[in-house]
Design a binder for this molecule. Structure first.
Ligand SMILES: O=C(O)CCC(=O)C(=O)O
Ligand SMILES: [Fe+2]
Length: 249
């Protein structure tokens, strides 16, 4: 399979104190009253489950709604919904630097990078840090940092089958996607279709982007695709990386 290398357009697109606040100020959507962030509970047993899912099959989907709590999931959805009403969400690209192409035949989502500064993002980042540390302790992956962006897929948008990283580049190692949509039905399309890592024509899972559902997979191994959405689909994607700093452009 001829896999395009998938790398983000220049992070960070979002300037949390400037662009995001402008976005919030310019919207008629009120952000929910999200105070007193409580650290997301990440138990050792739960981290064991993530590590064994990744090491045994390379991917898993799980429900983290209770673990993260509805206020956090709602607050993240409200952030992306507000951003989606502004020009803060940029067309996602494929490639890097001068090779960057925004090929609409491959992917049609729009993205905005998170900086972890707003209270819901800060709480989410604590959760992601705990996962990074837990996976390092169990799988010795040497994950050094993560990057995360919101994504919106409008009706008709998709992301064709791809890998998140090229084998051997040791950059993006583990991918995590958190979905933020209430009452998603199979008729709404937009499922994440996961392929077998050894036979990429074989579908081995379908994940509906329902609020609180999370998909976790090995970035270099698991081909996956976002099927065309029939309604607006909000998600948050994160990559745990082995490099300290982004590769030179
Ligand atoms: O949103 C999803 O289900 C997956 C998105 C994805 O594959 C990506 O952004 O690389
Ligand atoms: Fe992907």
């Amino acid at each position: 399979m001829d896999q395009p290398k998938v790398t983000p357009i220049q992070p960070p697109v979002l300037n949390a104190t400037g662009q995001f606040m402008d976005a919030v100020a310019g919207s008629d959507v009120e952000p929910s009253d999200y105070g007193n962030a409580v650290p997301a509970p990440v138990s050792e047993g739960w981290l064991d489950q993530l590590a064994s899912g990744l090491s045994e099959s390379g991917w898993m989907s799980l429900d983290v709604r209770e673990r993260l709590g509805d206020p956090l999931i709602t607050a993240l959805r409200e952030e992306v919904a507000i951003l989606d009403r502004t020009d803060a969400m940029k067309r996602a690209g494929i490639g890097r630097g001068t090779d960057l192409v925004r090929d609409r035949s491959v992917r049609r989502d729009r993205i905005a990078w998170l900086q972890g500064i707003t209270p819901p993002q800060a709480q989410l980042f604590d959760f992601l840090k705990a996962i990074q540390q837990g996976l390092n302790q169990r799988l010795f992956l040497g994950l050094k940092r993560f990057e995360a962006h919101y994504a919106t897929y409008h009706p008709g948008d998709f992301y064709k089958r791809h890998l998140d990283s090229f084998q051997g580049r040791a950059s993006r190692v583990v991918s995590l996607v958190l979905y933020l949509n209430e009452d998603w039905s199979p008729d709404d399309g937009g499922a994440l279709q996961v392929f077998n890592r050894d036979s990429d024509s074989e579908v081995c899972g379908l994940v509906l982007p329902e609020a609180g559902r999370m998909a976790l997979f090995m970035s270099e191994e698991i081909p996956h695709e976002v099927l065309p959405a029939n309604r607006t689909r909000y998600s948050l994607a994160c990559w745990f990386r082995q490099d300290e700093v982004p590769l030179p452009l």
